[in-house]
Design a protein around this ligand. Structure first.
Ligand code: DX5
Ligand code: ZN
Length: 236
């Protein structure tokens, strides 16, 4: 099988995407500012509908407010059924990146084109039980692939290690077939797991609890990003 044989990964490719799910919503702009001061460069926004996942969060009005609070890309992770119905609303609210779950889309190709037609960066997400092979026919059109390392719905869950082989497999497929998509990972990312996901090929690291759960979001974000960048320099 084709293997990655890099001496190191480029630390400049690594980005931290603080997930506001674990932030204090009464002080959202301040919390985002702190995480950005610590090196966060993409703001991850979790959208849940109570159907696709057993939790409810926020919708386009909060995205619209966040749009006024930061110039950084807003990465809207749609954990919703019928995402086609809401893509225009999120794009109009100011989303820059929109990702949809493979499991929620019966016409995934059409949905990804719909995102692009709204001038947004298009991502596809897979749950822990969904194999990488299920993305085989869309890898040439996606801008990023998000590998869930927890079952979606809640922050602060334990990392599922099977995500590592999926990241490696996607990195190998990308390299082998000459695709351009970026690799994002989401769920249970903290000081104990960040090096492993980076060495497996993850470039965009979503972290909620590890940034906003306790302590200072700026210091937490900074420590996580430093650990990720050092891991990228270690031989794989
Ligand atoms: C889970 C969400 C995640 C969540 C991650 O369904 O998609 O983005 O915020 O939270 P942590 O980093 O706490 O696992
Ligand atoms: Zn998410």
């Amino acid at each position: 099988m084709f293997r990655l044989t890099l001496d190191s990964l480029d630390p400049d490719l690594i980005e931290l995407a603080p997930s506001i799910l674990s932030a204090d919503f009464a002080h959202l702009a301040d919390q985002v500012e702190q995480a950005v001061a610590g090196g966060g460069s993409v703001i991850h926004v979790d959208i849940m509908d109570g159907h696709f996942v057993p939790n409810l969060t926020i919708g386009p009005p909060v995205v619209k407010s966040l749009r006024r609070a930061t110039r950084l890309p807003l990465d809207c992770h749609l954990m919703i059924e019928n995402p086609d119905q809401f893509i225009a609303d999120f794009a109009d609210a100011g989303a820059d990146w929109i990702s949809v779950h493979q499991e929620a889309c019966c016409h995934l190709n059409r949905t990804l084109h719909l995102i692009k037609n709204h001038n947004c960066v298009a991502g596809v997400v897979i749950n822990p039980a969904t194999p990488v092979e299920s993305l085989s026919e869309v890898l040439d059109i996606v801008d990023y692939v998000l590998v869930m390392s927890v079952n979606p719905g809640f922050g602060g869950q334990k990392f599922i290690p099977a995500a590592l082989h999926k990241l490696r497999q996607l990195a190998e497929m990308r390299s082998h077939r000459g695709y351009k998509f970026r690799l994002e990972v989401d769920g249970g990312i903290g000081m104990d797991t960040v090096a492993d996901v980076v060495r497996a090929g993850a470039e965009i690291l979503v972290a909620g609890n590890a940034v906003f759960g306790k302590g200072d979001p700026k210091a937490n974000a900074s420590a996580l990003l430093d650990a990720a960048k050092s891991a990228s320099l270690q031989k794989v």
